[in-house]
Design a protein around this ligand. Structure first.
Ligand code: HEM
Length: 352
């Protein structure tokens, strides 16, 4: 835990803006928890617990942390990329590492789905972690668990909260590119669409708002918010009075030279103010009309308590951290590995 503290502190020093941070405590309880609540479409759920590798692979979490720490200190954005990998995994038939599978004869993976192509990253870090884990304890630690632990560790290294990740997932033997296209919300989604995409997996509107706080770190390509920059506006676009015009102008300038195609390389920070700090600045930005994606800015005017939650998280980083942790645990329980049975992959990119 001290290790986490010092890394978080050193990164905090790298960030110019100051903000209040909840303590990095957390650990402790090792309850045994059954699979998550009300997940539709996830199939049979595994039983998850804390410290499930304590005897079978005692160094597993240290090995994962060590790789994530190195990668994030080298490139802070990697924490964001790893967090997003876990999200995109869990939203497609549960957290079963299906997102990591490469295309193979007879298998069309999820990497080429719209929300993932030219966008997801961090696969090499996962490969390195997995290779080390296989050397230490072959066939024990699932790739799906690596994703869940790495997501938490990246958040911790950037100064966010820590929590006990539940483990015990198995890796899936199936993929679904169509589910990746359908289940993962798009950047121009309105609030009712965002809520329903989360509810389809068993997560609530509150989970949606808390987990959207993941956009306090990382980047997005111009293509994902280009529609907000045109005069016609879009969901939460520049016809929406809640959007800061100077902010939109700065994005227009940034993206002017961009091809605005899906392969566009120009990036903007999802949290322009403290992009490498896991804090509640994302919500503060939304209140001042400086959310990057249409789906981010739309939350401010959201009904069903959504707008109120944005205000609550902007005002109280501790409240955000508590809800974020709880929602990450819920998302991590989304049922994995149904009919085809699960396995512990030797290589995260291919079925055994
Ligand atoms: C609420 C609906 C969501 C939408 C519409 C959405 C959409 C997006 C989009 C369009 C990007 C930029 C992708 C690119 O340009 O290549 C992005 C990035 C990101 N998203 Fe989300 N997202 C959502 C929810 C989440 C959740 C639940 C998490 C995690 C808990 C998350 C974490 C991230 C992170 C960390 C990045 C930056 C990744 C990087 O820099 O590599 N997002 N998201």
């Amino acid at each position: 835990m001290f290790k986490y503290f010092f890394i978080a502190q050193s990164l905090l020093l790298l960030n110019s803006a100051s903000s209040t941070h909840a303590c990095l405590g957390g650990g402790g309880s090792s309850s045994y928890i059954g699979g998550g609540g009300g997940s539709e479409g996830g199939g049979v759920e595994n039983s998850l617990g804390v410290n499930t590798y304590q005897t079978s692979c005692p160094d597993a979490e240290d090995i994962i942390f060590s790789w994530v720490e190195t990668a994030v200190l080298n490139e802070p954005r990697m924490a964001a990329s790893l967090l997003r990998l876990h999200f995109h995994d869990c939203f497609v038939n549960g957290c079963d590492a299906s997102v990591l599978l490469d295309d193979a004869p007879g298998l069309v993976g999820e990497k080429t789905a719209g929300p993932n192509a030219n966008s997801l990253r961090g696969f090499d870090v996962i490969d390195s972690i997995k290779a080390d884990l296989e050397a230490a304890c072959p066939g024990v630690v699932s790739c799906a668990d690596v994703l869940a632990v790495a997501a938490r560790d990246g958040v911790v290294v950037l100064g966010g909260p820590t929590w006990d990740v539940e483990t015990g997932r198995k890796d899936g033997r199936t993929v679904s590119k169509s589910a990746a296209n359908n289940n993962i919300p798009g950047p121009n989604s309105d609030v009712p669409t965002l809520i329903s995409k989360f509810q389809n997996t068993g997560l609530s509107a509150r989970d949606m708002v808390a987990l959207s706080g993941g956009h306090t770190i990382g980047n997005a390509r111009c293509a994902t918010f280009a529609s907000r920059l045109s005069n016609s506006g879009g969901s939460g676009g520049n016809t929406d009075g809640s959007v800061d015009r100077d902010f939109l102008q700065s994005l227009q300038d940034l993206c002017a030279a961009d091809a605005r195609g899906n392969n566009s390389a120009t990036l903007a920070s999802l949290d322009y103010a403290t992009p490498t700090m896991f804090d509640n600045q994302y919500y503060v930005n939304l209140l001042s009309g400086q959310g990057l994606l249409g789906s981010d800015q739309a939350l401010v005017g959201g009904t069903d308590g959504v707008g109120e939650l944005v205000e609550a998280y902007a005002a109280d980083v501790g409240a955000f951290f508590e809800d974020f942790k709880a929602s990450m645990l819920k998302m991590g329980r989304l049922g994995a590995v149904g009919g085809g049975g699960g396995e512990v992959r030797r290589n995260c990119r291919s079925i055994n």
